[in-house]
Each structure stands twice: as structure tokens, then as C-alpha cells.
Design a protein around this ligand. Structure first.
Ligand code: ATP
Length: 297
């Protein structure tokens, strides 16, 4: 990485909110080998959110993930980066078993949350998807009112019985998603009447309304303008106090700005995983360096 690029990233990182403590521990860690989890300090391990070991996935004959091992830490933002087709979205979908919906998929390895293998027989998929919310690339509100978009899932999960509780929960989710002041006077208008950036924040409110542990985001800002993108990035930074966020992004500046940790994927392998600051300042592999500096995409 040349000096100017490095300086740019460091400037962005200086104003970012990456966990300094975690970064310090990571900076001391030995260089990770391909497929090996990064060495952790015990104080960080206590905050483990997801533990993945030797995860492989095939679509029919095509192997899309090769022996991925990674620890994802609670109350952090982890960015998944890498060139198109390297397996980022496939990996993300392993965390809430969305790949189960594809009949040709075969999975080997461990994805563990709170000590439970999410792929174990008997795992309640509905309960899992309550714990692991998802926000997609294109905002996709239900064709219902703003209020209903947020209230529907908590009602389905029996989280609220009284109307007053439901109202309170809707307000809280919309406030947490930074949307309340913009929609409080039109809660019964269709969600689809909002702007693209507002719709994406509505989808975030919908995801957090059931109080998940983890929010998966698959390129959540790629369909948005720069101002809406900045709003969502600020929001991610606030939300990590309450949730663990794993996000796919093609935008290196975004990864540098929002992510505490970054995992670089290439052709189904996880080549490098480190504190973002460390990864961007001193990538351990040539492939990651070339990708981060835009030599290929
Ligand atoms: N439903 C599917 N059926 C078969 N192959 C798939 C399916 N989804 C993805 N793949 C293949 O798996 C590999 C990984 O795809 P994936 O979408 O996970 O990559 P990605 O890194 O998220 O790409 P992008 O950045 O372009 O979204 C690719 O070779 C892709 O063609």
C-alpha cells in the first residue's frame, strides 16, 4: 500500500470508532494463516458472538466456501470484503441458515452461537432468525404501513400483547433506527412511500424490533445516495452498542470507516482476518493488499 493510500485510510480510521482495545490486542497477534482464526486475548473471547470452524459449503458440485474459521465478536461491526463471487454473501447466509432455502446446498463444519451449533438437528429455525436479523441490499419493506412493518414480527413472536406495549416497541425500534422524527406523524402511511434511505432504515427498524443478537447486512448501502449511506453508517456505529453487526461491503472506505474487524475472502477462502485498522495499515497477504488498494476488484 503506498503512503498516500495508507494515510487516507489512517485518517479515516483515526476518526472511526474501532475498538481501540480490541485493535491493540489484535495488533499484537501473530500473523494469521489462511483458514486460521486470529489469536485472541481472553478478555475479547468472553465477548464471542459467533464461532465458525472449518465451514465449507457446496452449491451442487461447486464449492463456494473452503474451510472457513472465524470468531465474530459481540458488539462490534465485522466487514466481509473481497472480489465478486468470493463467497461473502454465501458466508453471511450461513449465519442465519438462509442457504437452507437452496436445495442444492451442502454444508460441512461448525457455526456456533452461544455454544449451540446452528446447523444441529432440532435447532428451531424461527427462533434462530429472531436472534439473527437480516437487512438486504435493496430496501424491501412489506407492502404495509410504516407501523405494521415494525410491529408485525414482534406480534408474530408473541413479544407484545397489549396495544400500548406494541406502540412503545414500534417507537423504540424507529428511534433506534434513527427514523422516528421523520415518520412519527405518518405511521399509517405505506412503508414504500418513504425515500430509499428511509426505507432502508425502516428495514433496520423491522430487523431490530425483535431485539436480535446479530444483524446481518448484505451491502446495505449500495443502492443508496451518499447522504443516506452516511446516515446508515452512523447508525451502524450506534447500533453496535446493542447488537453485533456483520456486513458485506464492496466499498473499502466504508469498511475502513465502520468496521472494527475485517475479513477478506477470495475464491471461497478467507485469506485474512484482522482488526480493520491493522488490515488496512498492514495487510499480511499480497492478495488482500492488492484488493484493498484497488489493484483488482
Ligand atoms: N444460489 C446459488 N446457486 C449456485 N451457485 C451460487 C448460488 N449463489 C451463489 N453461488 C455461487 O457461489 C459463489 C459465491 O457467491 P456469493 O454470492 O456468495 O459471492 P459474493 O462474494 O457475495 O459475490 P458478490 O460480491 O458479487 O455479491 C459464486 O461462484 C456464485 O456463482
Amino acid at each position: 500500500m503506498n503512503d498516500t493510500t495508507l494515510q487516507n485510510f489512517q485518517t479515516q480510521q483515526d476518526s472511526s470508532t474501532a475498538s481501540e482495545e480490541a485493535v491493540r490486542h489484535y495488533s499484537d497477534a501473530p500473523t494469521p494463516d489462511k483458514g486460521q482464526p486470529v489469536t485472541r486475548n481472553e478478555s475479547i473471547e468472553e465477548n464471542l458472538s459467533v464461532r465458525v470452524r472449518d465451514l465449507s459449503l457446496w452449491y451442487g458440485e461447486h464449492q463456494a466456501l473452503n474451510d472457513i474459521s472465524i470468531d465474530i465478536f459481540a458488539n462490534t461491526v465485522t466487514a466481509l470484503i473481497g472480489p465478486s463471487g468470493c463467497g461473502k454473501s454465501t458466508f453471511l447466509r450461513c449465519l442465519n441458515r438462509m442457504n437452507d432455502l437452496i436445495s442444492s446446498v451442502r454444508i460441512k463444519g461448525l457455526v456456533e452461537m452461544d455454544g449451540h451449533d446452528v446447523n444441529a438437528r432440532g435447532m428451531d429455525e424461527v427462533a434462530l432468525r429472531r436472534r439473527v436479523g437480516m437487512v438486504f441490499q435493496k430496501p424491501n419493506p412489506f407492502p404495509k404501513s410504516i407501523y405494521e412493518n415494525v410491529a408485525y414480527a414482534p406480534r408474530m413472536h408473541d413479544m407484545v400483547s397489549r396495544k400500548a406495549d406494541q406502540d412503545e416497541l414500534v417507537e423504540r425500534a424507529l428511534r433506534d433506527a434513527g427514523l422516528w422524527s421523520e415518520v412519527k406523524d405518518k405511521l399509517h402511511e405505506p412503508g414504500t412511500s418513504l425515500s430509499g434511505g428511509q426505507q432502508q432504515r425502516l428495514c433496520i427498524a423491522r430487523a431490530i424490533a425483535v431485539r436480535p443478537d446479530i444483524i446481518l447486512m448484505d451491502e446495505p448501502t449500495s443502492a443508496l445516495d451518499p447522504i443516506s449511506t452516511a446516515t446508515i453508517e452512523d447508525l451502524m456505529d450506534k447500533l453496535k452498542k446493542d447488537f453485533t453487526i456483520v456486513t458485506v461491503t464492496h466499498n473499502m472506505q466504508q469498511a475502513a470507516r465502520v468496521a472494527d474487524y475485517t475479513a477478506f475472502f477470495h475464491l471461497g477462502d478467507m485469506i485474512e482476518y484482522n482488526a480493520t485498522k491493522q488490515m488496512f495499515a498492514n495487510p499480511h497477504t499480497k492478495k488482500a493488499e492488492d484488493y484493498i488498494t484497488g489493484r483488482y476488484g
